[in-house]
Ligand binder design. Sequence first.
Ligand SMILES: [Zn+2]
Length: 141
Amino acid sequence: MDIIEGIRKLGFRRWYERRLIEAHAYLVTGVLALILAVAFLELRGETAAGGERMTYLMSAVASLGGGIVAWLRYHRMLALVEWAGEQATCPACGEYGRLRLLATRPHALAGDPDSDLAAEIPLLHVACRACGNKWDIDATR
Ligand SMILES: [Zn+2]
C-alpha cells in the first residue's frame, strides 16, 4: 500500500504505525536470514560429501542474499516513514498526524535517478483535521 492509498484508507497515524511494524518485520526477517546463513555454513563444515557441501554453501549464499535484501528494504521503508512522520505535525497548531489528504502530484525530482526517495514519494498537500491549516509534505525538505 503506497503512501497516498494508505493515508486515504487508514489515516496518517495508522498508516505510519503499520509501515513501522512492516519495516521491523523486514528487520527481523533479515536477522533470521543471517542466522540461517551461519547455520548452513556450520552444516557445510561438518559434512564430508562434496555435493552436500555445495548445497549447504549455496543455501548459505541464498540466505545471506535474502538477509541483505531484507535489510535494505528495512532501511528504505524506515526512511520513508521517518520522512513522512517528521512533516506530519501541523505548523499552525502542533497537532501530530491528524491530517487529511487534499491533493497529490508527482514530485519535481521524480525523474532524477539520484533522488530515490523523491521518485517514490509524491508531493502531498494536506490539511490539519484540528484547525484546518494546509501545508505540503515534501520529500526534499
Ligand atoms: Zn492544525
